[in-house]
Design a protein around this ligand. Structure first.
Ligand code: DTR
Ligand code: ZN
Ligand code: ZN
Length: 546
């Protein structure tokens, strides 16, 4: 069930003793409000609703993974490693730094790795961790035990990534291997940490079986400080909680607690029986197991209580936001070039799209410029020259005939209101030319005793392929009046035809093969001189293939 932001904020602030629960409040202080440090801390962003629909989506994926791998996701099988890949890929796409940590020493032979995900930011010396075992028993797909905790912490992690709030503490998530063989994955992870790394972990919260269909609301080590936020969340929604007696020392929090780390967690219960008193306060059936499919093949997506699942996710979000999220969202953006590279011949123009994205807070104005790396003779143009983050601009880099061949890293600077970020674009000038044919389509009148020069800039590299092919198109009632020459980039002149003759023929289309020893790039000029009186005409176009 979704809580509204205002209700969540009200509950959060009521818990902190700031306001009565019924008093309407706003989640954030107005800009410039004269709050002291404490008041600012109390205006922490409201914890978000963690979507139970999305958690359900992850559970369906775990179910199909099991179905494709013999009906199980046990730590030593392909169903486990496929589960790791699924979670890993979601986290990476959201911006997490993920690590597969081998389940050694002491794990079952062939057990797949633990998966660790760090959300960048916050004080690295104060790490808040949440974890869930990702393996199942071999008897079934393990959707409540423990697809539920795995999917729930995954969706909470994705919700944090989507919001990108400022972080005070560092947040890390862990998905454990080989729990069902004796808490082995989490034990291997904790024992693999240096004592320094271990001491940075200020709290570990565990989520194992959080969707039991006849479940209860159990909190591990309920009277300790580590449990305070989880408790406070359930209190805020008027749900009573009890110590997780059944699960004591039976899940991965024990590995952390044994290493001296403060731990808590949430569970909805396994094979123990719901009491009459529990059924009275929580609903469900007294005298029946919390999860009647515990460790069996019927632990499928049908074996889940959405209400328990949803509340556990909101409880974790409440704990994370209360402990590790700052009071305001820093506005920020990112910038990139797509494509990130391009090739042109000297004289050509490369274009790319400079994209910007709002990564936190509201959009901001970003002014674009080239900070460095443009080759000589080149000019850069942005259209438009500034964008609101979330929009894009077209960057055109026009090189000139004199731009030297080479590879250039062009740095595009995006100067925003709260931050500046760069993108890079790799521009290659020269190399293998794809186009070696060029045309000048400009019309030139061919008048008596007049010379016209029609130029073509070739961007083809290397030597001209001799003989170069020239096509001249035009009209002239007596082409015998015309002398036609070609001037190469080096200045050498080649006569294509001389004037003279005894009768008159129209110019039309003429093809010439011209042996040359020339570089291909640069200016080729067709020079046409009408050497006699009376007849005139028009040079339509000419082309050259070098
Ligand atoms: N880690 C559980 C063990 C377990 C047994 N009872 C409970 C109750 C609540 C949470 C966990 C447990 C398993 O994986 O089997
Ligand atoms: Zn189990
Ligand atoms: Zn379990």
């Amino acid at each position: 069930m979704r809580r509204t932001a205002v209700l969540a904020a009200t509950a959060a602030m009521a818990l902190m003793g700031l306001v009565a629960a019924a008093t309407p409040v706003i989640a954030q202080a107005p800009p410039g409000a004269g709050h002291g440090a404490k008041a600012v801390a109390r205006t922490a962003l409201a914890p978000p609703d963690v979507s139970v629909t999305n958690i359900r989506g992850h559970l369906s994926q775990f179910q199909s993974i099991a179905s494709q791998n013999g009906g199980t996701r046990r730590s030593t099988g392909a169903g486990y490693t496929a589960s790791v890949s699924y979670v890993e890929q979601k986290l990476q796409a959201a911006g997490y730094t993920t690590r597969r940590v081998a389940c050694t020493p002491g794990c079952s032979s062939g057990a797949g790795p633990n998966l660790i995900a760090d959300w960048p930011g916050g004080d690295e010396n104060q790490v808040i961790m949440a974890g869930a075992h990702l393996d199942s028993v071999s008897a079934g797909p393990g959707i409540n035990d423990n697809g539920s905790g795995s999917a729930m912490i995954l969706e909470t992690a994705l919700t944090l990534a989507a919001q990108r709030p400022t972080m005070t503490k560092h947040v890390r998530f862990g998905w454990w291997s080989d729990e069902e063989q004796g808490l082995l994955g989490s034990r291997a992870y904790v024992s693999g940490l240096s004592s320094t790394e271990r001491s940075k972990i200020k709290q570990y919260l565990n989520f194992d079986m959080v969707g039991s269909t006849n479940g209860g609301y159990f909190i591990n080590n309920i009277s300790t400080a580590a449990a305070a936020d989880l408790r406070a969340y359930y209190t805020s929604i008027n749900v009573q909680t009890e110590e997780n007696v059944e699960g004591a020392n039976r899940s991965d929090d024990a590995s952390f607690r044994n290493a001296g780390i403060a731990t808590s967690g949430v569970a909805a219960g396994a094979s123990a029986t719901k009491t009459t008193a529990q059924a009275q306060k929580w609903g469900g059936t007294a005298g029946r197991a919390y999860d009647s499919c515990y460790h069996s093949s019927c632990d499928t997506t049908s074996n889940i209580s959405d209400t328990h699942l949803d509340r556990s996710g909101d409880a974790l979000a409440y704990a994370i936001w209360t402990q590790a999220v700052g009071g305001t969202t820093q506005r920020d953006f990112s910038i990139n070039a797509s494509p990130g590279s391009g090739t042109v011949q000297a004289g050509g123009t490369a274009t790319t799209t400079i994209g910007t994205t709002t990564t936190s807070g509201t959009a901001q104005r970003v002014n674009l410029s080239v900070a460095s790396g443009l080759p000589s003779g080149a000019t850069a143009t942005f259209n438009p020259t500034s964008v609101n983050s979330g929009s894009s601009s077209t960057l055109s880099i026009a090189t000139s005939a004199t731009t030297p061949d080479g590879t250039y890293t062009v740095t595009v600077a995006g100067a925003g209101e709260t931050a500046s970020h760069n993108a890079t674009y790799t521009l290659s000038v020269g190399g293998t030319s794809t186009n070696r044919s060029f045309t000048n389509d400009t019309d030139y009148p061919l008048n008596d005793y007049v010379t016209v020069n029609s130029a073509i800039t070739s961007t083809a590299s290397g030597s001209a392929a001799s003989p170069v092919q020239v096509t001249v198109k035009g009209t002239h009632t007596c082409s015998e009046d015309l002398r036609i020459r070609l001037l190469g980039p080096s200045g050498t002149s080649y006569t294509l035809k001389n004037a003279g003759g005894t009768s008159c023929t129209n110019l039309g289309t003429r093809n010439y093969s011209v042996p040359v020893t020339q570089q291909a790039s640069g200016t080729w000029t067709l020079q046409v001189t009408d050497m006699y009186s009376q007849d005139t005409g028009l040079l339509d176009s000419w082309s050259i293939t070098v």
